[in-house]
Design a protein around this ligand. Structure first.
Ligand SMILES: *Cc1c(COP(=O)(O)O)cnc(C)c1O
Length: 396
């Protein structure tokens, strides 16, 4: 997920154009900015790239989720189905909006199992957030179909630029959200985006993300407001970075795909190694190579040999930020807020946060090893990784 690998002259040039006007703020300063609107331009270019009608840039991927939930009108006690394998931000945003995350199983795509949408739905369910993890898509068409009248927010933080059957990820649900943080494919340092085809949702998102301002051209002091909001604005320097990085996104994805294919071909020759299911390989952003060993013991032993060779893979089964087995702050419902907010909104309903609550996900995660794929990989990198797997194969 390495946009930081290719920061260069294009980013410098875009950012300098902002400094030449001195206007760092996306709204107002009409005379001084001499027509430079980097955040607005980034939104337009990003929407075009994804094939969405509307885009709203925000301050982070977590903010994008929060803004999307506000656009949908999520309220206290409302349940939102989220996969048990994701970055914590997905369910933090639900809790921060006063909602109740309901954890669901993933399948061998490593993404939300579509069958779970029906199985976990209750009269309190208000939204579903599938996450396109590790660069590759969920079975998003089946998920949207299973959701029916339930709005879907696609957390596309880890699959920016990916597609499913030719259509941009993030555009299947009511809203799609993206992150441009330090480790994402497209990076603006910090930043995020919400995309939607629904103008009403976009308007609500836009107003909520900027204290309720309706952004009519009457001057900020005179604008109307439909409801209170918050501040999740993106600044011009980030917009400038986003424009430069978006220009490089096709190149980044192409190089990741080539690097991933080379490693995958090598691994495919080892007995007992299988791969994560990718519903549409043509739409994979190839930021990670995810592979399975026959069982937990073999996965741990295989990775121990890789680590000795300085080729260690990520073992997400033990990961504390991406997999529910280790989310002890959630297991124990720890909150910084008084009176147990927002967990007490669940009104005594049983919340499935215990570490052993998702056995099918555990069976998948315990066999999974993952290598991050970089844009820039040297022959020495390939050699180190491939010879390490050959050594590790002795445990199979
Ligand atoms: C990175 C990430 C986020 C949050 O993005 P930030 O910009 O860091 O707030 C949300 N969801 C997933 C799946 C992520 O990987």
């Amino acid at each position: 997920m390495p946009g930081f690998e290719v920061i260069g002259e294009e980013e410098k040039k875009e950012v300098l154009e902002v400094f030449e006007t001195g206007v760092l703020f996306r709204y107002e300063f009409g005379d001084q900015r001499r027509g430079v609107y980097k955040v607005r331009q980034f939104e337009e270019a990003f929407a075009r790239y994804c094939g969405a009608a509307e885009a709203l840039a925000v301050s982070s991927g977590t903010a994008a989720l929060k803004v999307a939930l506000a656009a949908l009108g999520l309220g206290p006690g409302d349940e939102v189905i989220v996969p048990g394998f994701t970055f914590v931000a997905t369910w933090e945003a639900v809790l921060d909006a006063g909602g109740v995350p309901v954890l669901a199983e993933v399948d061998e795509t490593l993404n939300l199992d579509p069958a779970e949408v029906r199985d976990r739905r209750t009269p309190k369910t208000r939204a579903v957030i599938p996450v396109h993890m590790l660069g590759s898509m969920a079975r998003i068409d089946e998920i949207v179909e299973a959701a029916g009248d339930l709005p879907v927010i696609e957390d596309t933080a880890q699959a920016c630029g990916g597609t499913f059957k030719g259509r941009g990820l993030g555009t299947f649900g009511a809203l799609g959200t993206f992150s441009f943080d330090s480790v994402k494919t497209l990076t603006t340092g910090e930043g995020g985006m919400v995309v939607t085809n629904d103008k009403t949702l976009w308007t609500r998102a836009s107003e909520y993300h900027d204290h309720g301002h309706d952004h009519r051209p009457v001057g900020r002091g005179n604008e109307g407001r439909s409801f209170f909001g918050f501040n999740y604005r993106m600044m011009e320097l980030q917009g400038a970075l986003g424009l430069a990085q978006l220009g490089k996104l096709p190149m980044m994805i192409e190089r990741q795909r080539a690097n991933k294919a080379r490693l995958r071909n090598h691994l495919a020759g080892l007995p007992g190694v299988t791969f994560r299911q990718v519903p549409d390989p043509d739409g994979d952003t190839a930021t990670f190579l995810a592979f399975f060993l026959p069982d937990e013991e073999k996965a741990r032993a295989f990775n121990a040999v890789l680590a000795e060779q300085k080729a260690g893979a990520v073992y997400f089964y033990d990961n504390t930020w991406h997999y529910h087995r280790r989310w002890e702050q959630l297991h124990e419902k720890r909150t910084p807020f008084g009176r147990g907010w927002p967990f007490e909104q669940a009104d005594g309903r049983r919340l499935n946060y215990a570490p052993d609550d998702l056995p099918r996900t555990a069976a998948i995660m315990s066999r999974l090893l993952v290598w991050p794929i970089n844009i820039n990989m040297s022959e020495a990198d390939f050699e180190r990784l491939m010879s390490a797997t050959d050594l590790a194969a002795r445990v199979l």
